[in-house]
Design a protein around this ligand. Structure first.
Ligand code: CU
Length: 191
């Protein structure tokens, strides 16, 4: 009788261990199914005057890793555009007044340079700017944890070239949609 009880306890223990092992494996499988993008981990790379980054990104908490592989310093600013506006509007309505302004400043015509901003569209005032990085030197990496609501953003860098032109005017801007779906990233904890 004692032998039977001992054997039964052994079997129960063995089964229980196997069950736990199974559960643990199933948890691991679930964790490995979540992509880095769903976890809010996004990579941005510049090799020249551009941003290589996904066209759509999960919204809210994200950790952006910026790798500047180009020979010049750049920074990242995120512009949340008003409803219905996109990069086409940037190119047609925003960049020309800025280019005209800088050209006139370089020529020393300050009055007309200021007047050029009068050509900016009314919706320009509705853009919300969210800073991501300061200037990042060539071949350096920066990481920023930021909170971005869903919407259409323009990622831009407007460092100045030696000739006074903006990086933005050399196509250093990129449209990104932050989807309604949030990342699974927890908000950062402050000590
Ligand atoms: Cu730049």
């Amino acid at each position: 009788m004692r032998t039977i009880i001992t054997f039964s306890v052994f079997l129960l223990t063995l089964f229980s261990c196997k069950q736990k092992e199974k559960e643990s494996k199933s948890e691991q499988t679930q964790i490995s199914k979540i992509s880095p993008e769903e976890m809010g981990e996004d990579r941005i790379v510049s090799q020249g005057m551009e941003f290589f980054v996904a066209n759509t990104i999960y919204s809210r908490w994200n950790k952006l890793t910026y790798e500047n592989e180009s020979p010049e310093a750049h920074f990242i600013l995120m512009d949340l555009y008003p409803e219905g506006k996109n990069t086409r509007n940037t190119k047609e309505e925003v960049l020309p007044p800025f280019d005209e302004n800088m050209k006139l400043i370089m020529e020393g015509d300050i009055d007309n340079a200021v007047a050029a901003f009068g050509k900016l569209p009314h919706w320009f005032q509705e853009i919300t700017y969210i800073g991501v990085t300061g200037p990042i030197s060539p071949h350096k990496i920066a990481t920023s944890t930021i909170y971005l609501e869903p919407g259409l953003y323009i990622m831009e860098c407007y460092m100045k070239m030696a000739d006074g032109t903006w990086h933005t005017s050399h196509c250093m801007y990129k449209e990104i949609i932050f989807t309604k779906e949030s990342t699974k990233m927890e908000p950062p904890r402050y000590i």
